[in-house]
Design a protein around this ligand. Structure first.
Ligand SMILES: CC(C)(COP(=O)(O)OP(=O)(O)OC[C@H]1O[C@@H](n2cnc3c(N)ncnc32)[C@H](O)[C@@H]1OP(=O)(O)O)[C@@H](O)C(=O)NCCC(=O)NCCS
Length: 249
């Protein structure tokens, strides 16, 4: 038996998308990201006797010395043969070559096979996030954009990440000031105090999708920031809002 790990090729698309059609109960997203991942590179395919049977994409965040591993998929007919392990190990080797010191991935809390895979590869659970979604809607709302890092510093103190295109990106001081400049940090205020704070990003890979990293919200604040995002996405003719948070809503 001949096993190879190589870069994905445009000609692999059909056979791979065919085994990635119904990975999860809701389907899969690989078809949305295929072209972008080919362009970004570090998109690996494992072949058995020249047949593509597993994939994995690695995204290097140089300034944070971090590698984000995503899209691990093994054809159901070829599982439990150590292929996912081989692909992650390959991605980690690329990470080391690029001086990365940390490797991360996102795993759904009921995806027990993947959780076991991660444990086997010595990954530890770092943070637990909840996912919600909303639809755009025309609605009145009152929120403003954060103007200075100082006014929001204490609300961001415990937040290590914000999310863009389903990647958890480091939230360092430089990133916070660029997000402020790009008007991506949304706040609402009540009695002169911030009562909600969120970071919005438009997805690079998923069309008409806005992601909200909800960093902070009081009960009153949540009733301001969510309608604001609904209205904003309505005006921008977006189709969906995806909300990620570590806070209990
Ligand atoms: C999760 C997935 C990638 C594992 O791929 P795989 O090639 O079968 O995994 P491997 O053979 O490399 O297994 C590595 C380890 O994962 C764990 N594992 C994998 N499949 C498992 C299963 N069905 N039951 C229990 N543990 C499992 C085991 O600990 C295994 O190590 P071991 O065999 O030494 O005990 C594969 O099941 C898959 O494609 N699932 C759907 C997509 C998905 O969930 N992707 C990951 C998103 S984060």
């Amino acid at each position: 038996m001949q096993l190879t790990i190589r870069d994905a090729l445009p000609s692999d698309k059909e056979i791979i998308l065919d085994f990635c059609k119904s990975t999860f109960s809701w389907g899969d997203y690989i078809h949305h990201v295929w072209d972008d991942w080919l362009d970004e590179g570090n998109f690996f395919v494992l072949t058995e006797n020249r047949r593509p049977v597993a994939i994995c994409h690695a995204f290097i965040i140089k300034n944070a010395k971090l590698i984000w591993i995503e899209g691990i998929r093994v054809d159901p007919n070829y599982r439990q043969k150590g292929y996912a392990k081989k692909l992650v190990t390959k991605a980690e080797a690329i990470a080391k070559k690029n001086d990365c010191t940390l490797s991360s991935m996102l795993i759904e809390s009921k995806n027990f096979e993947s959780l076991r895979l991660a444990v086997k590869l010595h990954y530890t659970r770092n943070e637990k996030w909840d996912y919600y979604f909303l639809v755009p809607r025309k609605i009145c709302s009152a929120t403003i954009r954060a103007k200075s890092a100082k006014e929001i510093a204490r609300y961001l103190a415990d937040s290590k990440f914000y999310i863009k295109s389903w990647r958890w990106l480091p939230l360092d001081a430089k990133t916070i000031s660029s997000l402020i400049k790009e008007k991506k940090i949304i706040i609402s205020k009540g009695q002169n105090r911030i009562d909600s704070l969120g970071i919005i990003t438009e997805s690079d890979h998923f069309e008409k999708t806005m992601m909200l990293t909800l960093v902070y919200a009081t009960k009153t604040g949540i009733k301001k920031i969510l309608p604001y995002i609904q209205n904003l996405t309505y005006e921008k003719k977006f189709e969906r809002i995806q909300i990620l948070t570590t806070k209990k809503l």
